[in-house]
Design a protein around this ligand. Structure first.
Ligand SMILES: Nc1ncnc2c1ncn2[C@@H]1O[C@H](COP(=O)(O)OP(=O)(O)OP(=O)(O)O)[C@@H](O)[C@H]1O
Ligand SMILES: CC(C)(CO)[C@@H](O)C(=O)NCCC(=O)O
Length: 307
């Protein structure tokens, strides 16, 4: 437990009681939105875990805005609107993008005047061609497979208030960067950045992603469970690929299911699990908040930094 000496640990019941204001329930349409992107999400957890978290973030963002105003006062200049950036880290397949999208829906509901945008660091992976060129095809997701310089420049541009930013798009379906697409990011009030590397300290850069994040979350679970979720998602991706020869997973979808399952297990054991053990888990105790999940993605405890 030495790893966690700078955290307070809360059970679900304790966390839920930090925010008892039941006067702001989700509307039916927001609930539908939550379920539309993932109908497996526990609505009880939305109420007990994620709505109190949104309340905490609301307090944190107000404090951040006050801090910006104080600085501008000291510097005798007009306060500039600086976006608040939330980083979400954790293993491949632990549920970072689901958590990020859930926070986005909830923030849109509770902060209707704020512009919330969501990006994933997957967009800053080198393309498959570039990974081949660098001899990194088996290292996808490892620190050296990302263009960290471009990611850090993007975060700096967002913080500086650049009006329109365009970033590359990664597709799980194509298993590569999609050269013909970009994601536009237009002056967000809150930017959620989701990715395995958001708490890493890249050896090639002097400035880290975490220098730009104002609140960081690590989504945590036992590695055996994450492997199960990885395999379940793999099978869900196969279902989507069945009638689409352009899909990366098509060859597995139309072949022997045992071969597909073996290939997925191999990928997990030879790439994603070593990446978790060597490069992702060691960043866990840099997070402001650790959300720990058990079976069925149900949250069982939360660790919040003491200081
Ligand atoms: N809170 C949740 N409730 C139910 N299912 C979830 C939840 N979070 C994630 N899942 C499921 O777990 C799997 C992995 O989730 P997700 O794709 O969000 O992971 P990820 O961490 O973003 O992965 P990657 O790093 O590969 O992009 C998906 O099948 C998703 O539907
Ligand atoms: C795109 C990443 C790196 C992270 O989301 C991951 O989903 C991935 O593709 N890892 C490489 C091995 C694999 O899971 O196929």
């Amino acid at each position: 437990m030495a790893d966690f000496m700078n955290y307070d640990v809360y059970t679900k019941a304790q966390w839920r009681d930090f925010y008892q204001d039941a006067s702001v329930p989700l509307t039916q349409s927001s609930l539908r939105q939550v379920q539309a992107f993932n109908d497996q999400i526990s609505l009880q957890d939305v109420q007990d875990i994620y709505i109190p978290l949104i309340h905490l973030l609301d307090l944190e963002i107000r404090q951040f805005d006050q801090h910006q105003n104080m600085r501008a006062g000291f510097l005798q200049r007009e306060p500039r609107h600086v976006p608040y950036i939330i980083g979400i880290a954790g293993s491949v397949a632990v549920g970072k993008s689901t958590t990020a999208r859930l926070l986005e829906v909830l923030m849109n509901h509770f902060f209707p005047t704020k512009r919330v945008e969501l990006v994933t660091t997957d967009g800053f992976l080198y393309s498959t061609d570039e990974l081949k060129h660098r001899g990194l095809l088996d290292r996808k997701g490892f620190p050296e497979s990302y263009n960290m310089k471009a990611l850090i420049k993007f975060l700096n541009d967002v913080k500086s208030g650049k009006p329109l930013l365009e970033i590359p798009v990664y597709s799980h379906r194509v298993y590569d960067i999609v050269a013909s697409e970009v994601q536009q990011v237009v002056k967000p009030d809150v930017l959620i950045v989701e990715g395995i590397n958001t708490l890493q300290l890249p050896s090639t850069e002097q400035v880290y992603v975490s220098d730009f994040t104002d609140f960081s979350i690590y989504v945590d679970a036992n590695a055996g469970l994450i492997e199960k979720w990885f395999l379940e998602r793999f099978h869900a991706l196969l279902e989507l690929a069945r009638d689409d020869p352009s899909n990366y997973y098509y060859k597995y979808a139309v072949g022997d299911p045992r071969v597909a399952t073996e290939a997925a297990k191999r990928t997990w054991r030879s790439i994603d699990l070593p990446n978790l053990a060597d490069y992702i888990l060691p960043t866990r105790n840099r997070a402001e908040l650790i959300i720990h999940k058990g079976e069925h993605h149900i949250v069982d405890r939360l660790l919040l930094r003491k200081y």
